[in-house]
Design a protein around this ligand. Structure first.
Ligand SMILES: Cc1cc2nc3c(=O)[nH]c(=O)nc-3n(C[C@H](O)[C@H](O)[C@H](O)COP(=O)(O)O)c2cc1C
Length: 164
């Protein structure tokens, strides 16, 4: 069972937020939105350029608000849009600033065609001591089959966690 879980996510245009909310409903976990202190620009070209610069330079932007307490949490779903085949920089900030040692970290992403790409492996590097599953990826907002797909995936990883 995926008890005591937190769903932490960053979403620029809403797709990852939609998936995070569904995982929240299905697992009864708490949601935590990762928000950068300085929001990204809304025009596509500007956000593409800024994201590429930040990723190339390993920038971990400051986050808004307090990080959630992880004391009572065993499982952390971490959601990100696929940005240049990896995690969005605010998610790198969240992972670097949180003590996730001993937790189960479950990545999920939305993307425009490249799937998880380097997301799970890049997350792994940022959370030493955590167990990171390969995770779930869906195209853009996931479409109408998302709930069914998520339900099967959660059943599968619920079982995997018990075997771990
Ligand atoms: C800065 C930026 C970089 C992106 N890079 C990729 C990419 O490398 N591969 C891909 O499949 N989609 C890429 N996308 C598309 C997003 O991953 C996709 O639209 C995602 O669903 C957006 O999630 P969000 O609505 O939660 O922000 C990129 C989008 C942006 C804004």
């Amino acid at each position: 069972m995926l008890e005591r879980c937190l769903i932490a996510y960053f979403s620029h245009s809403g797709n990852t937020k939609r998936i995070a909310k569904m995982i929240g409903e299905l697992t009864k976990g708490s949601l935590y939105e990762i928000c950068p202190q300085n929001p990204y620009p809304s025009t596509y070209k500007a956000v593409l350029d800024q994201a590429r610069r930040e990723i190339m330079n390993g920038v971990k932007p400051a986050l808004k608000g307090q990080l959630p307490s992880l004391d009572e949490v065993a499982v952390v779903f971490v959601g990100t849009p696929n940005w240049w085949s990896t995690i969005a920089p605010p998610v790198a900030s969240f992972l670097s600033q949180s003590d996730l040692a001993g937790k189960l970290v479950i990545p999920f992403c939305t993307h425009g065609g490249s799937g998880l790409a380097r997301i799970a492996t890049d997350m792994e590097r940022l959370v030493p001591g955590a167990k990171v599953l390969r995770g779930y990826a869906t195209y853009e907002d996931g479409g109408q089959d998302t709930i069914a797909e998520l339900t099967s995936w959660l059943a599968l990883i619920g079982g995997m966690k018990q075997m771990a």
